[in-house]
Design a binder for this molecule. Structure first.
Ligand SMILES: [Zn+2]
Length: 507
């Protein structure tokens, strides 16, 4: 009798165990999207929504207009919201390497370090690697180069983010199914990454037709590099896509769509997948204090979130989507000392290109034409005021009418113009550093003035330490509500995906 009771107890506990396992498995999202807006915090999101409101014919000062669904980003309409701290092991202001390590591996580290601890002695597995080991398909998409800090943290462990050839070597050895976005910064030395990719069975696609063909003919192990690379092997700013020569570009949303089709194909819907998508140039636009470059890329990033939402409509009970940023960049604020409680986002509508595009095209052409004639008299206080060619560029490329500016704004533009055109403006070194932060003086001053006239302020050319919102939707999204640390993102993802009990996991 006693024996029977024991056997019964074992059977009952086995049934209980198998039930709890199957419930846990049933609750795990099969398809997980992690969207990372580099440099994106609440200001970048609100600025993008105020811009959309204005572009769509409403007013950025009217709540009824701001709250219309068409003027809202997809991410801010998600049902679950949390907030995360962004500091790293030894800095209140993190960099993208240490923050990505927090998201990917669940550990605090030092700025510049990827997938390792702060003494650079231990390497850790990322949630992407853990997902791959569990049999899921894995994709990594970024609008900047694929060996850049954020994508790198999902497949590489290196002591320095600048070891981009070492990072790319680990990418080629990762076994992941899809990489897409920008190119590689150091592809040939010492290791030839293209050869290594081929040896490891990867195909590299770098025409628009070949990349889009993957949607109807998905294959595993593919690296899709955008045909149009603008700066540092990155995809162009979204605001520049109407410029001549940019026709063969893919948007981040198109690249994300290709990634989803590749990860869904060849058994992917059965296996499940993890896809990380980075909007990397939100950050670059903020470093340069160019609100419209930032807003354009925030909207492009949000359009890629829409691709995941469309996928989730077809797989509503099996999909988890998480959207966040790694830190704020630029100290962007909604409001400025010169505009107080009002806002003029209509003043942004005339900007035709990013600081980057202007700096690669219009500015060098202007400088070549005018420097020799102007610079012998650079201390003349009216070099800019009397140059109709430059005043026309301010108007045509940025929508900035010189006669609308106040005396102080005109003075700042004049100083910056002299510094950029002639190399000198009479300002002290400290003043130049504060005003231009290493960027082309005339261009950063144009965007400063344009942005402040719209009511957007900047306090830094670097990252700042404010917490960052997290938006989530779908299976187990509720795990992302509350206020927590950035390392908790990796831990929560590993937990809800049921890929590992406790992070970090040593390689
Ligand atoms: Zn940055």
């Amino acid at each position: 009798m006693k024996l029977v009771t024991t056997k019964l107890a074992i059977v009952v506990s086995a049934i209980t165990l198998s039930c709890s396992v199957s419930i846990a498995q049933a609750q795990s999202p099969k398809y997980v999207f992690f969207f990372l807006g580099d440099g994106m915090s609440a200001s970048q999101v609100q600025a993008a929504e105020a811009y959309l409101t204005t572009k769509n014919g409403g007013k950025a000062t009217e709540a009824a207009d701001l709250m219309k669904p068409e003027n809202r980003l997809n991410m801010s309409k998600m049902p679950v919201m949390g907030m995360q701290t962004t500091y790293d092991a030894h800095a209140l202001m993190t960099d993208s390497a240490s923050s990505a390590t927090a998201f990917a591996c669940g550990i605090k580290t030092l700025s510049g370090v990827i997938g390792m601890n702060d003494t650079k002695t231990i390497s850790y597995k990322s949630i992407a690697q853990l997902a791959k080991e569990k049999g899921k398909k894995v994709g990594v998409v970024s609008s900047v180069s694929l060996d850049h800090a954020t994508p790198a943290a999902y497949y590489a462990s290196v002591a320095s983010r600048s070891d981009m050839n070492g990072i790319a070597t680990q990418m080629a050895n990762s076994g992941y199914d899809f990489f897409g976005g920008g190119g590689l910064v150091k592809p040939t030395s010492p290791t030839n990454i293209w050869d290594l990719l081929a040896t490891n069975g990867y195909q590299v696609k770098n025409t628009k037709a070949d990349i889009l063909a993957l949607k109807s003919h998905p294959r595993d192990k593919v690296v899709a590099i955008n045909p149009m690379l603008q700066d540092s092997q990155a995809m162009p700013y979204a605001i520049d896509l109407d410029q001549p020569g940019y026709e063969n570009n893919l948007s981040l949303a198109e690249m994300t769509d290709v990634a989803v089709k590749v990860l869904s194909g060849n058994g992917g819907l059965h296996k499940g997948f993890f896809l990380m998508v980075e909007g990397g140039k939100i950050d670059w636009g903020c470093h340069a204090n160019d609100a419209m470059a930032t807003i354009g890329d925030t909207i492009d990033f949000d359009n890629s979130v829409k691709v995941a939402l469309d996928f989730a409509k077809r797989h509503p009970h099996e999909t988890l989507i998480v959207v966040t940023g790694d830190h704020e960049t630029g100290g962007m604020t909604i409001g400025h000392a010169t505009t107080g409680y009002t806002a003029y986002y209509d003043r942004l509508l005339g900007q035709q290109n990013s600081f980057q595009h202007f700096g690669m095209t219009h500015w060098p052409a202007h400088k070549a034409n005018w420097a020799a004639a102007t610079c012998p008299n650079w201390s003349n206080p009216d070099n800019l005021a009397n140059n109709s060619d430059m005043l026309n560029l301010l108007s045509s490329e940025f929508g900035l009418t010189y006669s609308d500016l106040n005396a102080y704004q005109k003075e700042k533009l004049e100083d910056a113009y002299d510094k950029s055109l002639c190399g000198s403006n009479g300002n002290g070194t400290d003043e130049n550093k504060l005003l231009y932060g290493g960027y082309e003086p005339i261009i950063v001053t144009i965007t400063h003035i344009l942005n402040e006239r719209a009511s957007i302020g900047w306090t830094s050319y670097s990252h700042t330490g404010v917490p960052v919102p997290v938006f989530a939707q779908g299976r187990e999204a509720r795990a992302f509500s509350g206020f927590y640390d950035n390392t908790d993102i990796a831990k929560k993802l590993a937990d809800v995906m049921d890929i590992h009990k406790k992070l970090p996991v040593v390689k």
